[in-house]
Design a protein around this ligand. Structure first.
Ligand code: TXA
Ligand code: MG
Length: 330
């Protein structure tokens, strides 16, 4: 299959490309759709055959359900059984935006998209191209991140092509993926909501709206099937040096520095042969994190070492991704 990459600069001027992508969705084909978090591999959520294509192209475990994207919040009524009070608060404060909610599913919704669970995850993306595509297709769009399962989520169309070239008919290419980390996932089914995956809408922000919100503890069996899989991982061994643990300089002392890539933001590692500096402010680092890991993965090295961030605000989401990606944490 030849993959067509369609550049979208302005969704009203580039309407022809968007109409082509929307008709592919209506026909049960896949479209790589940009969102404000990462690129998604989209299909008509109401069409089980189309959703199965996502699972096979990504090589994704079939027990891992998909997020369904809507263009406006009214569209979720066909997908969920009820909008709980906590879900309504999230909609009012954070939608459209990088936050997904787990709700009990509408029994009419197919089991493929929810991997047989009684719940479904929904999100209204804050990206004009995503919302326009959903609107033109006239159906909600199921979309996991547009990478091979277990690999790093794509924040550029080049990353999408590294994994999916020749496997999808259409990639919509944009220049404004602003967050660069997958959405926060919150379970809103119960009386107390629970954060299942940290993201750019932070715990601190959520607590202002839902003061009794909990964070899923890592030692219990996760309610979010995807969190049990290794994720976001480069091919080369990744070592995470947590900021409060051992100091990066000390760790690098016994290393073969010519075969080690160092991703750093504090201290001074300019002189190392393979060093990549990222911003010290976690809000500036987050959008660059995945592309930095991908570029380190292309260097002629045997190990990638990355310095950790403090576990507050968006740093929590960064550290969640890095701990999952790392083969070794020090
Ligand atoms: O930002 C994002 O969320 C991106 C963009 C494309 O929207 N999508 C994304 O999808 O990251 P994915 O499939 O890579 O991650 C979805 C997460 C997985 O951890 C999955 O297990 C969890 O949501 N999930 C899906 N349905 C669930 C359910 N019914 N209950 C609990 N967790 C669920
Ligand atoms: Mg993913």
């Amino acid at each position: 299959m030849k993959t067509q990459v369609l550049k979208i600069k302005d969704s009203s001027k580039d309407l022809k490309s968007l109409l082509l992508a929307a008709s592919a969705i209506k026909d049960g084909d896949l479209v790589v759709m940009p969102t404000e978090t990462v690129y998604g591999l989209g299909a008509d959520a109401t069409n089980p055959t189309a959703v199965r294509k996502i699972v096979s192209v990504k090589n994704r475990p079939a027990d891992n359900p998909l997020i369904i994207h809507v263009s406006n919040s009214n569209q979720i009524h066909d997908l969920v059984k009820e909008v709980t009070p906590s879900a309504q608060k999230i909609i009012d404060h954070f939608w459209p935006g990088p936050i997904s909610m787990v709700l009990n599913k509408n029994p009419d919704l197919n089991d493929v998209v929810t991997a047989g669970l009684d719940t479904v995850v929904v999100r209204q993306p804050d990206h004009e191209v995503a919302r326009k595509l959903i609107e033109l297709a006239g159906v909600p769009i199921a979309a996991p991140s547009a990478n091979t399962s277990g690999k790093i989520s794509p924040t550029k169309s080049e990353h999408v092509l590294e994994d999916l070239d020749g496997k999808v008919p259409i990639v919509l290419d944009v220049d404004n993926i602003t967050y660069g980390l997958e959405s926060t996932v919150v379970d809103c089914t119960g009386d107390t909501s629970v954060i299942l995956r940290p993201g750019s809408v932070t715990t601190e922000e959520l607590k202002e709206v839902l003061p009794d919100i909990k964070i899923e503890s890592t030692d219990c069996k996760s309610k979010s099937p995807g969190t049990k899989y290794k994720h976001y991982a480069p091919d080369i061994t990744l070592t995470l040096v947590e900021s409060e643990g051992m100091d990066l300089e000390k760790y690098l002392k016994d290393k073969d520095i010519n075969h080690t890539a160092v991703i750093w933001h504090e201290g001074d590692f300019h002189d190392l042969p393979h060093n990549i500096r990222i911003p010290v402010n976690p809000y500036e680092a987050a959008p660059l994190l995945f592309e930095t890991l991908r570029s380190a993965d292309h260097l002629p090295v045997k190990e990638i070492v990355i310095q950790g961030f403090p576990d507050t605000h968006v740093g929590v989401a960064i550290m969640n991704r890095l701990r999952k990606a790392a083969s070794r944490i020090i």
